[in-house]
Ligand binder design. Structure first.
Ligand code: PHE
Ligand code: NA
Length: 442
């Protein structure tokens, strides 16, 4: 059977943007920014997105489109070496590891969405009365594991549909819906009294905090930049492998990065003014931050019931369009390399991630480790491998692939790009790997 391809160019862009836009933008980004000096952190993060994230994204695109295979098969076929194949196979593990905590958070969101919908009928959503204790009571344990299974099942259902009828169709609906609803919420929030303090909190350029913490800000900013763009996991290799014809990779990459950053900023423009308008302390980061503070703000708002449904609906869609891209990595490996049917691959991987995710949902310390250190190490190490591969193993072939369909403007960046991904960025990634390990050792 012929390997599937995207039906349209927009389909590929929306699928990749859907992978990028996710919990990283709505759940992690606003608080990371607030904790690290407001827009000063934003500035560092934007620099890393531009200087590392986008060139890295293009590195994965080049590998995927050239090989038209999953990360394992791509590295092996393009190099002719089984060892590179083994390195590429780590991507399948990364997909499973990411899903194991992402689906747990997805389960929390499904639960908040559900109780927001039935809340008005049953006398108010339970999180309204006591946001903090409610979150603590549902975040880990047997019920968290069950909701995680629900989120996984939906993820598996979409991926089972295939590249065109599952992923492409799904993201064509989900991504525009997220954008429209977020813009709507952000414009509504402007009208709330007291919102100004939220904008100030989010966007104030606090140079002092940045200067005081420069060394400890760069590594988290780098980790966030990779995570948010879905770079280093092999998702983007896999998605680009379904490209049927040569389109401009640099142009598509720029659109995807812009959409992703835009959603992050939009989320901040919704979350912080909302909190400040209700006098809720944004507090610090941590897994519960979004759920506790936002739910607290909804409690006090007129129309908060409806707003909660829209908000958690948006977060659920954003999370799903990312989780499907995590599952697609190991699915592609099993289908391409093992000759499995898509149905069998999805079934077996759902069983596996149901198990690993359940263990994570029962174990807060493990959750912190997988969502933090392990994710950072896998993405940073993964990107390092992809870029060294594109820079040194493919070498001039990378340029050829980069330029194909790129037009005169895009092609102009090809040579500086190869130098960046072969030399400059690897040095930077090794530095962040060491810093991450060093920070965690403290
Ligand atoms: N980019 C996604 C987010 O921001 C997370 C993700 C990482 C998805 C790696 C796929 C691969 O939520
Ligand atoms: Na993102």
């Amino acid at each position: 059977m012929a390997r599937e391809t995207w039906a349209t160019r927009t389909g590929f862009i929306l699928a990749a943007a859907g992978s990028a836009v996710g919990l990283g933008n709505i759940w992690r980004f606003p608080w990371m920014t607030a904790d690290n000096g407001g827009s000063a952190f934003l500035a560092v993060y934007l620099l890393v997105v531009l200087g590392v994230g986008v060139p890295g994204l293009l590195g994965e695109f080049v590998i995927g489109r050239r090989a038209r295979r999953n990360p394992m098969g791509a590295l092996r076929d393009l190099s002719g070496s089984r060892y590179w194949g083994a390195i590429g196979a780590v991507s399948a593990v990364t997909g499973v590891a990411l899903l194991s905590f992402y689906s747990v958070v997805g389960g929390w969101i499904l639960r908040y969405l559900l109780v927001s919908i039935v809340g008005p009928v049953t006398g108010g959503a339970p999180y309204l009365a006591s946001p903090g204790p409610y979150f603590d009571s549902i975040s880990f344990g047997v019920e968290a594991a069950l909701f995680h299974l629900g989120f996984l099942a939906v993820t598996g259902g979409i991926v089972f549909g295939g590249v065109r009828r599952g992923i492409e169709l799904g993201t064509k609906v989900m991504v525009p819906a997220v954008l429209v609803l977020l813009v709507g919420m952000a414009s509504w929030v402007v009208t709330q009294p007291g919102a100004a303090a939220g904008y100030q909190f989010f966007l104030e350029f606090d140079l002092a905090t940045l200067q005081a913490n420069a060394a400890s800000v760069i590594a988290p900013a780098a980790g966030q930049a990779l995570f948010t763009l879905s770079v280093g996991a092999g998702t983007m290799v896999t998605y680009a492998s379904y490209l049927g014809e040569d389109r401009s990779l640099p142009f598509d990459g720029a659109v995807i990065a812009l959409l992703n950053t835009g959603v992050g900023v939009l989320a901040g423009l919704v979350v912080f003014p909302l909190l400040f308008s209700q006098g809720v302390d944004p507090g610090t980061g941590g897994p519960g931050a979004l759920f506790v503070s936002i739910a607290g703000a909804f409690a006090a708002l007129p129309g908060g019931d409806l707003l909660a449904i829209v908000f958690f609906g948006v977060v659920a869609l954003a999370a799903l369009s990312s989780s499907i891209s995590m599952l697609e990595i190991p699915v592609a490996v099993l289908v391409d390399e093992g000759g499995w049917s898509r149905g069998t691959a999805v079934g077996v991987l759902l069983a596996l991630t149901a198990l690993t995710g359940t263990v994570t949902a029962l174990n807060p310390a493990l959750f912190d480790f997988v969502a933090g250190t392990l994710a950072d190490l896998l993405l940073t190490g993964g990107l390092l491998a992809f870029l060294l591969f594109a820079g040194w193993v493919l070498g001039p072939d990378s340029i050829e692939e980069y330029v194909a369909g790129a037009g005169a403007l895009g092609a102009r960046f090809a040579t500086p790009w190869l130098f960046a991904i072969g030399v400059v960025i690897p040095i930077f990634l090794v530095f962040t790997l060491l810093t991450t390990a060093g920070l965690d050792a403290r």
